[in-house]
Design a protein around this ligand. Structure first.
Ligand code: SF4
Length: 277
């Protein structure tokens, strides 16, 4: 669920490499020694269905339909939820450590993905300690339900997407998981979120919507989240203002970049990412 404009040219899985970002140690992260050198996406599942207002202009759906249109066999079913058995072992073959974005062309915790398949995804992550896996979902109910039965190695981070104050409950469910680091992605942010509960949250990423039909992001909404992160000592990463032509709007806030990330994160490709799903 981390769609990247940079990958739109590619039917494959690669996410571009990014320059170094500022680092700050979150108070909630368990320490570890994974040294990550590049970013990758891994889509053992693809496809999803819309679940809340943030989904309205889903990048992954657009991309999946485009790939279906050019005959990419992986997307023969378009954006219908599909499991890809043959991709399950892929991370085991990557020799160099990577940030791995899991099922960003859908939502791993969608109801149509069998429990047993999710367990196998976790098994691969357990067997790939050199990589750091980023899970991101809008379905933390299922994540919380399955969480106690899943292994949570230190190389697996879990996040939820929040688009407005109506969905703050997703963060509460995220707190119930055993992930080494829990993070929030406020993208596309569609309204003010002035009462974020940042307990046990190790990172906040915020961005405006990008692409056709992009809805506006107000500076005061961004400032409010930034200030709450500063007060709580949580790294804050402002990814983009977004808009129809996001490259023109950039990502400066009040004259500077906000690119904080957990100390363990190392290099990330967020600079190159479009609207997160
Ligand atoms: S934005 Fe995320 S949750 Fe919504 S439809 Fe797209 S992939 Fe699914």
């Amino acid at each position: 669920m981390l769609p990247a404009d940079a990958t739109e040219e590619l039917p494959g899985d690669r996410v571009t490499r990014a320059p170094a970002v500022a680092r700050r140690q979150p108070r909630t992260a368990r320490t570890e020694s994974v040294r990550v050198v590049s970013d990758e996406s891994w889509n053992p599942t693809t496809g999803c269905t819309k679940i809340s207002p943030g989904c309205a202009h889903c990048w992954a759906e657009r991309m999946a339909r485009r790939l279906q249109g050019i005959g990419q066999p992986r997307y023969a079913r378009g954006f219908a939820v599909t499991t890809h058995e043959d991709l399950l072992d892929k991370p085991l073959h990557w020799v160099k450590p990577r940030h791995v974005y899991v099922s960003f062309m859908g939502d791993l915790f969608h109801d149509d993905v069998p429990d047993e398949f999710i367990a196998r995804v976790f098994d691969v992550m357990v067997r790939s300690p050199r990589h750091r896996f980023h899970l991101l979902t809008k379905r933390p109910e299922r994540l919380a339900r399955m969480g106690p039965r899943l292994p949570w190695p230190v190389n697996v981070w879990a996040g939820v997407t929040l688009e407005d104050a109506e969905h703050l409950w997703r963060a509460d469910l995220l707190r119930e998981t055993g992930a080494a680091l829990r993070y929030l992605v406020l993208e596309p942010l569609l309204g003010p979120v002035d009462a974020l509960d940042l307990r046990e949250i190790g990172w906040v990423v915020l961005g405006g919507e990008s692409g056709p039909g992009a809805r506006p992001l107000k500076a005061d909404w961004v400032r409010s989240v930034r200030d709450q992160c500063i007060a709580a000592g949580v790294p804050f990463y402002f990814k983009q203002w977004g808009g129809v032509r996001r490259k023109e709007t950039g990502r400066e806030l009040d004259g500077r970049l906000w690119t904080e990330s957990p100390a363990e994160a190392g290099q990330l490709a967020f600079e190159d990412l479009g609207t997160t799903g």
